[in-house]
Ligand binder design. Sequence first.
Ligand code: ACO
Length: 433
Amino acid sequence: MEKEFSQKKRVATLTLDDGRSIELPILSGTLGSDVIDIHGLAKLDIFTYDPAFFSTASCISRITFIDGDAGLLYYRGYPIEQLAEKSDFLEVCYLLLDGQLPDAAQKAEFVRKVTSHTMVHDQLARFYNGFRRDAHPMAVMVGVVGALSSFYHDSLDINNPEHRELAAMRLLGKVPTIAAMAYKYHNGFPFMYPKNKFSYVENFLYMMFATPAEEYVPNPVLVKALERIFILHADHEQNASTSTVRLAGSSGANPFACMASGIAALWGPAHGGANEAALNMLIEIGDISRVADYVQGVKDRKYRLMGFGHRVYKNMDPRASVMRETCHEVLKEQGLENDKLFKLAMELEKIALNDPYFIERKLYPNVDFYSGIVLSALGIPANMFTVIFAVGRTIGWVSQWKEMMAASDRKIGRPRQLYIGETRRDYPDMSER
Ligand code: ACO
């Protein structure tokens, strides 16, 4: 149960070398580490320096909790393992947005609302023609999701909760359609309009893999696997892409444009691009006999093992355990258990889990190591992996954006810096340079 968020009078005292000192409140959340509130520091004309935010909480949130040491991930208090086993993606979306699980009527209404927003404006389809066919689908996603802002800008009042709700439904409904269209465009196939008789995940697979020429029947094992991938990727508190969405949104920017900024941040190989990078790495290794050499190259710091390590999880990524199980289910269903790449992946996993270099650095397979294999077994090409991640993460970005917009103390985000450039100097004439 949620405890009352408390600010009981605990303080940390900071004393500077010039004798000045300040008392800083210590805040306690309902779970997790205490946080020192350094708001007041600016009064002393001094800032903190924390590149890459190793020690900085950027906001107060009620949505997602992670304990990296214990390997815990909760959405609104519910452990990810329980949600992955018992829930479905749209129910998880409701939970993240609303804070509570829906009852049957609320769930049916939510599904109806999201489903009624799956089509995109016909004009939006024309944007695709501006892209080269060989453009990376994430580049297309940044452009087309951003372009949604040109359709819903003047009619959208971001200070009105009902308008924000509508933007959330539109994003949830349309991002899978836009993603599937990016895939179809890349391959020169006709776009498939959404079919609302299908579930959210079935519909996405339908828009990806159906053609007008054939009947499409979703495979329940593959639907379940993708449902899990979406659930596991739905939110992850203040990661790089979510923080980007919050920072962009803090200026009052259009939410569709903010989502495009999140997609851009997600694309990088250190973040959402890792599942694509992990599969490419397996392809590059090529044969099980080369795994040991490759691992040696990692230890010699020639390259990183993609799909291993995490900024927050230092013992185990709880999503990875769930995804590992799904990975085995899907490979069995697809008859790929003896697949060369999969065997190579398992050998890499075994070596890395037992090698002191990785154990000492707490480098374990993360969710993307397994999700890359699963997505590949589902027939999804590697350049679409991060797009799939973006489809699942859209709800996290929207929920975090909505939470920030509803906060009474919302302010534009504006980090400071430690300046180490030139001191003041006068402009010299050209002849003096
Ligand atoms: N392979 C080899 N060595 C690694 C790896 C890796 N994947 N990750 C970290 N290390 C090593 C570093 O070289 C460093 O070693 P040192 O202490 O001897 O110098 C040590 O582990 C700590 O590394 P940092 O880069 O400081 O760790 P950080 O927390 O900043 O990085 C990150 C986390 C970016 C995820 C990193 O582990 C990485 O690059 N992993 C590969 C990419 C990946 O899989 N990303 C997906 C993240 S999950 C997600 O976005 C859903």
